[in-house]
Write a protein of this length. Structure first.
Length: 129
């Protein structure tokens, strides 16, 4: 099976040795997204809700570049430096996703790249036509 690299200017460029996304067959793997502004590569300013929204927007941009959307997410991983923000993730997620919701994990971590407070990665099921 061949790999297809997913790249878009609508999401932050990779800040390391990875691709924004990789498609293998009917599966798209979206690399971890933090609340970076795609145009400037600066962290989004504002409270944690603004940061969570930026991360969802970044994940959605990579999904779109692959030909899908957040509705195609089968598995979502959420990494938080403060798990007290988990209820807010749920609230914002309900605005970006509709039922049936994807499988999900929420993981508390000590630190994230560039001092971000939230990061998400995703796996999409995206059958080719």
């Amino acid at each position: 099976m061949t790999r297809e690299i997913i790249r878009t200017d609508a999401a932050p460029a990779a800040i390391g040795t990875y691709s924004q996304g990789v498609r293998v067959g009917d599966t798209v793997y979206v690399s971890g997204q933090i609340p970076l502004q795609p145009a400037t590569m600066d962290l989004t300013e504002g409270d944690i809700e603004v940061q969570i929204r930026q991360v969802f927007d970044n994940v959605a941009a990579v999904a779109s570049a692959a030909g899908g959307s957040l509705n195609d997410v089968a598995k979502l991983n959420v990494f938080l430096t403060d798990l007290s923000h988990f209820p807010l993730v749920n609230q914002v997620m309900s605005e970006y996703f509709s039922e049936p919701y994807p499988a999900r994990a929420a993981i508390g971590v000590a630190a994230l790249p560039k001092g971000a407070e939230v990061e998400m990665d995703a796996i999409l099921y995206l059958p080719r036509p």
